[in-house]
Design a protein around this ligand. Structure first.
Ligand SMILES: NC(=O)c1ccc[n+]([C@@H]2O[C@H](COP(=O)([O-])OP(=O)(O)OC[C@H]3O[C@@H](n4cnc5c(N)ncnc54)[C@H](O)[C@@H]3O)[C@@H](O)[C@H]2O)c1
Length: 339
């Protein structure tokens, strides 16, 4: 058996990864360390909480004593660090938690990995570290030009992890994926926000002219790529993970409305996000040459995603009606059309 320390495993991608790996690989045990911020939801893993290969620790990746105890209690073979503050809008409002978790937290995990030794340390970074890409696509050697506090703190964690490979020979691999979509995504992010607003008959608040370009990666493809990289990736390397599906936000929005049989006049164009990156575009040839490509088709996977939110109203309604709605009223009420 291998012990995987998964951090942030109650969030969107982390919870999908925990379910995916426990289903696909019976030789893996998962220890899930999650602080349970607003984005960490135990409901996301309700179906596997009694799995004998799964255990949960509530706590902060910045907590030195707690992380020390996890490493000293059992041999950790692989660390997969998903834990992060992850929402750009919140980082514009207050960056403190981003710098703490996305940089200091990474450092704490690296230090313990150095002390106890690990086979792999996977730092989940993001395509946002490249900043906006006017032309062409960014490969892994492209300069990092993050332009908001979220992406800047992720770039810090990304390069800190790499420095532990160079300096301390920790077998670090960094992954930079594009925008994910799928089930269990907190409804502050664009696709679940728009699907759930549409299901509630509310406006879909599109930033600016809606022509921002993003590459869309289904979360299950992302989980599959991470597993592939744990098994086949080379320590010290960085891998872009793309969905090979670049679309303007407005086109994704229209597609959601089309799937739900709703009219385009449900879209409401609002003041753009400050420092909003216009375009992200990944060149993922390196991962493709290593042998991994995304399998999901955007249109059918988006339909599956819409259906999941339609069938799981209990999951998102509570989130939207409680903390989330207060947050948006307080911080973005002037830009949002929340009833
Ligand atoms: N969502 C995307 O489109 C996307 C794309 C590329 C990369 N990423 C990266 O993937 C990772 C996961 O993203 P997500 O969308 O699932 O985020 P999320 O916000 O849904 O989940 C983050 C999880 O981390 C936990 N967490 C936060 N701070 C913590 C701390 N200090 N200690 C322990 N746990 C903590 C939260 O409780 C939550 O469960 C992040 O590192 C993010 O930067 C996300």
């Amino acid at each position: 058996m291998k012990n995987y320390l998964v951090t942030g495993g109650l969030g969107f991608i982390g919870s999908n990864f925990v379910r995916y790996i426990l289903t696909e690989d019976e030789t893996v045990k998962v220890i899930n360390l999650d602080k349970m911020t607003y984005a960490g939801n135990p409901e996301n893993l309700k179906d596997i909480e009694h799995n004998e290969n799964y255990s949960f620790v509530k706590g902060d990746i910045c907590d030195r004593d707690l992380v020390e105890k996890i490493f000293s209690d059992q041999k950790i073979d692989v660390v997969i660090n998903f834990a992060a503050e992850s929402h750009v809008d919140r980082s514009i409002e207050d960056a403190a938690g981003f710098i703490k978790t996305d940089i200091e937290g990474v450092w704490n995990l690296l230090e313990k990995s150095k002390k106890y030794g690990v086979e792999r340390f996977i730092q989940i970074s993001t395509d946002e570290v490249y900043g906006t890409i006017a032309k062409g696509s960014s490969d892994e050697s492209y300069p990092l030009l993050p332009s908001n506090p979220y992406s800047a703190s992720k770039a810090g964690g990304d390069r800190l992890a790499y420095s532990y490979f160079v300096t301390h020979k920790i077998p670090v691999i960094v992954t930079r994926a594009s925008n994910n979509y799928g089930c269990y995504q907190y409804p502050e992010k664009m696709i679940p926000l728009f699907i759930t607003n549409a299901l509630e008959g509310q406006k879909l608040p599109v930033y600016g002219d809606g022509k921002q370009m993003r590459d869309w990666l289904n979360v299950i493809d992302h989980c599959d790529a991470i597993r592939f990289i744990i098994e086949n990736g080379v320590p010290g390397e960085t891998y872009n993970i793309a969905g090979n599906c670049e679309k303007m936000n407005i086109d994704v929005t229209e597609k959601i409305l089309e799937i739900l049989g709703l009219e385009k006049d449900l879209m409401s164009f609002i003041e753009d996000r400050p420092g909003h990156d216009r375009r992200y575009s990944l060149n993922a040839d390196k991962l493709s040459l290593l042998g991994w490509k995304p399998k999901k088709q955007f249109h059918s996977a988006l339909e599956e995603t819409v259906l999941w939110y339609k069938n799981n109203e209990n999951w998102w309604k509570r989130l939207k009606d409680e903390e989330f709605k207060e947050y948006y009223k307080k911080n973005y009420g002037y830009r949002m059309d929340i009833k």
